[in-house]
Design a protein around this ligand. Structure first.
Ligand SMILES: *[C@@H]1O[C@H](CO)[C@@H](O)[C@H](O)[C@H]1NC(C)=O
Ligand SMILES: *[C@@H]1O[C@H](CO)[C@@H](O)[C@H](O)[C@H]1NC(C)=O
Ligand SMILES: *[C@@H]1O[C@H](CO)[C@@H](O)[C@H](O)[C@H]1NC(C)=O
Ligand SMILES: *[C@@H]1O[C@H](CO)[C@@H](O)[C@H](O)[C@H]1NC(C)=O
Ligand SMILES: [Zn+2]
Length: 420
């Protein structure tokens, strides 16, 4: 204990002696994601810490995620500023359409080639420009990109209780240590709630309200630790999420296996039973037939040929998307051969549906105080992160201009990092 304190003081005093230019006041950034935090979850729960953060910083009315509204794809949009069709992480599951092999969320985190598909997450871009970065449980944080990986990382254990508040506080303490002792510039921190509870009990449940209270307590703890660590004057804190949550409707369900004249013997590859999204490759010569039997099979089901998928989703124009794809309306999940989905809450739906919208909050030296911002799309967060870190972004689908109104006015000689 005393030894490690001594070590900490030693590091801090060394840090104080480095030349001013090098120790320059590059502000740090902490990006926090609470998975599946719907935009209005703070409206039926007392959230004093989120409210204080809004009063001292910026709160967006809501943020529109990318489509499909799934965890890994939407987090990768935050990290790259690209829509799914442009970053390639089009699903939570890795799959091979020739062999039919599919890997679940956790395994897919470790498959480099799934993530490293031509786009660099902000960690790597920042490191190439001389910064130090970290990731705690953040989707995409386990993979290597062009052989490079985030400098400091914690990866979720395979069997993991997402709601353990003790673990949440330990991870926050780790973030503080990485900023103060390891002098990291950027850390992305992920929590698997309120998503897990929203799936299990539904977004309108008492359990969901209780976990939102826990999220709020955790934000209180986080901001207290930021103050105690002396980081408050030069840390920009962003709290956001990947998507919202919708109550699953259990009658008149969409069941592909039960559609008249449809047979799985016409199908070469299928990815179904994953909320409201489906991917299909019909066998040679069967595409028109499969399309014609599915397209009007259910009033809540939308089936498209890849080229005809609505452009507003920015989803289908990618080699990983199959010749046929489908999605269903809010509340309806797509069952395949058998009914194997039993969640009470689900996401993956149209990103224009209000229940898929999510949160964006920010506080720190770069942000205005007490601003309620108009809604924006999550592809724009990346450009903001790059601006805050003073790094040159990779090509992306967002624009700094969209979020510039959140930032304080800059003096004539520039805004902190931008000149470094
Ligand atoms: C899928 O599997 C086939 C056959 O094993 C292999 O040739 C191909 O490279 C694999 N594709 C991907 C993307 O892993
Ligand atoms: C992206 O992945 C697909 C296969 O899933 C592959 O064909 C393509 O070459 C990859 N692109 C890049 C830039 O890695
Ligand atoms: C997860 O942890 C929380 C808090 O420690 C506990 O209340 C809950 O029962 C745990 N859940 C499981 C499935 O172990
Ligand atoms: C199913 O196929 C049969 C035989 O071709 C046809 O008569 C019937 O109209 C089809 N039903 C639907 C819903 O397409
Ligand atoms: Zn999620």
């Amino acid at each position: 204990m005393f030894a490690s304190l001594g070590f900490l003081f030693a590091i801090l005093s060394i840090a104080r002696c480095v030349p001013v230019q090098q120790a320059a006041s590059r502000d740090k950034v902490l990006l926090v994601s609470f998975d599946g935090f719907r935009w209005n979850y703070d409206q039926d729960v007392d959230t004093p810490n989120l409210d204080a953060m809004a009063a001292e910083g910026v709160k967006a009315r809501y943020m529109t995620p990318a489509f499909v509204t799934l965890t890994s794809p939407c987090h990768f949009t935050l990290l790259t500023g690209k829509y799914l069709e442009n970053h390639g992480v089009i699903h939570n599951m890795w799959f091979n359409t020739s062999t039919g092999v599919k890997m679940p969320y956790y395994v897919t985190q470790g498959i480099d080639s799934w993530w490293d598909n031509g786009s660099l997450p902000i960690w790597i871009t920042a490191q190439r420009q001389g910064l130090k970065t970290g990731s705690i449980y953040f989707p995409g944080g386990k993979a290597k990109y062009q052989g490079e990986e985030v400098y400091m990382k914690l990866v979720e254990p395979p069997i993991f209780n997402y709601s353990n508040e003790v673990n949440w506080r330990q991870n926050i303490d780790t973030v503080m240590e990485w900023f103060t002792v390891k002098n990291l510039d950027f850390i992305a921190l992920y929590f698997g709630e309120p998503d897990s509870t929203g799936h299990k009990y539904g977004p309108e449940s008492e359990q969901r309200k209780a976990i939102v209270s826990q999220v709020d307590r955790t934000i209180g703890y986080l901001r207290r630790r930021i103050r105690e660590s002396g980081l408050e004057p030069n840390l920009n804190l962003i709290i956001t999420s990947d998507h919202g949550m919708e109550t699953v409707i259990k009658d008149k369900e969409v069941h592909i296996g039960a559609v008249e004249n449809f047979t799985f013997s016409d199908i070469q590859f299928e990815l179904l039973d994953y909320g409201p999204n489906g991917l299909l490759i019909p066998k040679e010569g069967k595409l028109e037939h499969v399309y014609s039997v599915l397209k009007n099979a259910h009033p809540k089901l939308h089936v498209y040929k890849k080229e005809e998928f609505p452009k507003r989703f920015h989803y289908a124009n990618n080699p990983r998307i199959t010749p046929l794809l489908m999605y269903s309306d809010p509340g309806y999940v797509i069952h395949g051969r058998f009914k194997v989905q039993f969640n009470k809450g689900e996401h993956g739906f149209d990103n224009e549906a209000m229940n898929m919208k999510t949160i964006f909050r920010a506080v720190g030296p770069a942000f205005k105080q007490g601003l309620l911002a108009e809604p924006f799309e999550s592809v724009n967060v990346y450009a903001l992160l790059c601006e805050l870190l003073g790094i040159v972004p990779e090509p992306n689908d967002g624009s700094l201009e969209v979020l510039r109104p959140l930032l304080r006015e800059c003096p004539a000689d520039g805004c902190g990092n931008t000149d470094i």
